[in-house]
Design a protein around this ligand. Structure first.
Ligand SMILES: Nc1ncnc2c1ncn2[C@@H]1O[C@H](COP(=O)(O)OP(=O)(O)O)[C@@H](O)[C@H]1O
Ligand SMILES: [Mg+2]
Length: 383
């Protein structure tokens, strides 16, 4: 495994397409259980962006080619014959080793909407929380950083390209939010296959080459997982807090438990957990109960059958599709459970039709969930 990782690393490190300057070498390849740590030295003349791009490319390649391993790439900037000057632990290490984080110019607060898994409702929560923040009178930006699966264009029902003023991209105003997604800038059906170095470049563009000024809040819809995009963001921008979205299934919660550790070295505060698709209220139940009450039953057998049907219907009052494990996990990891959003057909339909739920909420409890998240974030500011 060690030799294979070394081989993969060398192939990328000495690839002519890799925009690295000067000498470079692999200092160490260490294998512990399923974690491969590769330490590389490159000349100081290479800026941080280039080093991160190289780290990303090597990590991606090792993880793609050696199944089941997790790769950590550490690049050291050296000055000619000198020993490492500035150690930069991209994938691990303490915050003190990392380059200073920058605030996004003109933005008061930055929130990350995260999860280790895809499909748990990050984009849904990010969009509707952004709208709930707006309803509280804030000016709100919404940035889709899920480069591999940008779903914000579909959720807001727009994919018009943003305009550029001077050197800066101006996010279009959609439903009163200032929205930006890589989906606005590429062809609709273009496959999103970013090479490692491109990821950092696109993220930098979406963060720093955009006029985000004037927003009270910037809600960032993060990609799933704990990969390169996460690390690039956690280490480069000043974030007020992250919220973690999960379904209540044991499987998803196991990822939450693992995922929270990723934030620690970067000093990013996790505000709490949002449980999505937590319950399902079957609306047909009430109608059937009403119909049953209309039936005039004569014989005892039919009466018993109807009583039994009512009992069965009672179990469908609130269905916990994925279980009820979130609160216990939150207690264990000492994070608040901010809100619990039910699985809802209207919410799903609104997502599919590109008309955000919070523009016309049909159910008070769902509206209240998004408002609770927004209020929770606002209160963090003035605890
Ligand atoms: N509470 C919910 N009720 C019904 N469908 C939901 C709910 N939350 C999300 N969905 C649907 O689940 C799918 C995944 O949601 P999405 O927000 O795109 O997740 P992620 O961003 O984590 O991948 C979408 O089809 C979305 O419409
Ligand atoms: Mg998404």
């Amino acid at each position: 495994m060690k030799d294979q990782a070394l081989h993969i690393t060398n192939a990328i490190l000495f690839d002519e397409d890799m925009a690295l300057k000067g000498d470079r070498e692999v200092r160490e390849v260490r294998v512990e259980d399923n974690v491969i740590t590769v330490t590389i030295a490159v000349e100081k003349a290479n800026d941080v962006k280039t080093r991160y791009a190289m780290e990303d490319a090597i990590r991606d390649a090792i993880q793609a080619q050696i199944p089941g391993v997790q790769a950590r790439i550490i690049s050291l900037a050296i000055d000619g014959e000198d020993e490492p000057q500035a150690a930069c632990a991209h994938s691990h290490g303490s915050a003190s080793e990392l380059p200073p984080k920058k605030p996004i110019p003109g933005v008061k607060r930055v929130w990350l909407v995260c999860s280790a898994k895809g499909g748990v409702g990050k984009s849904t929560v990010a969009l509707n929380t952004a709208l709930a923040l707006k309803a509280q009178g804030h000016t709100v930006g919404l940035l889709d950083l899920d480069l591999y699966g940008p779903s914000i264009p579909a959720l807001v029902g727009s994919d018009l390209p943003p305009i550029v003023v001077g050197n800066l991209i101006v996010p279009p105003e959609i439903h009163g939010l200032n929205v930006l997604s890589i989906g606005f800038m590429i062809e609709k059906d273009q496959p999103l296959m970013w090479r490692g170095p491109m990821v950092a470049g696109v993220i930098n563009q979406l963060l720093w080459e955009v006029d985000w000024s004037g927003n009270d809040d910037l809600v960032i819809d993060m990609p799933p997982g704990t990969g390169d995009t996460y690390l690039s963001i956690l280490q480069s921008i000043q974030v007020d807090a992250a919220i973690i979205v999960t379904t209540p299934s044991q499987l998803a919660l196991a990822d939450v438990r693992r995922g929270v550790a990723v934030f620690e070295p970067y000093g990013v505060k996790i505000a709490g957990v949002v449980e999505n698709m937590a319950t399902y209220d079957w609306e047909g139940r009430e109608s059937i109960l009403r119909l049953l009450d209309d039936i005039k039953v004569l014989d005892e057998k039919s009466q018993k059958s109807i009583a039994r049907i009512k009992k069965i219907l009672d179990t469908t009052r609130t269905i916990h599709i994925f279980g009820t494990h979130t609160q216990a996990l939150c207690d264990e990891i000492k994070l608040p459970l901010i809100a619990s959003i039910p699985l809802d057909i209207a919410l799903q339909n609104d997502n599919d039709s590109g008309t955000p739920y919070m523009l016309n909420p049909k159910k008070k409890n769902i509206q209240a969930s998004f408002e609770t998240i927004a209020k929770f974030l606002c209160d963090l500011e003035n605890p």
